[in-house]
Design a protein around this ligand. Structure first.
Ligand SMILES: [Zn+2]
Length: 95
């Protein structure tokens, strides 16, 4: 069974063939774009990862929370740098 997609621009029904990029037969509006969909999925995935990260700053955070998160981020970076430095030191020192 063929898939039909209604064009958002002109309302024309188009038959979807395959999974490639497809334009409306009536007005040329893009009705299917796998590349765009993939990019949006990646974007969504990145956003989800950021949401999980406890120090991600949100627009609706209070100034105090924003400050706390910024400090948290800085602390994390500093700690990671120190750990990285010691890891490097351990690797180069002839123990
Ligand atoms: Zn159209």
């Amino acid at each position: 069974m063929a898939n039909s997609v209604k064009c958002k621009n002109c309302g024309e029904w188009n038959t979807i063939e395959g999974s490639g990029k497809q334009k409306c037969s009536n007005c040329g509006e893009i009705i299917q774009d796998p590349t765009k969909e993939r990019l949006e999925k990646i974007k969504k995935f990145k956003q989800e990862q950021l949401d999980k990260w406890m120090f991600t700053i949100h627009e609706d955070d209070s100034p105090f929370i924003k400050f706390g998160k910024k400090t948290g981020n800085m602390t994390y970076i500093v700690i990671m740098s120190i750990i990285g430095f010691f890891a490097w030191l351990a690797a180069v020192l002839p123990l």
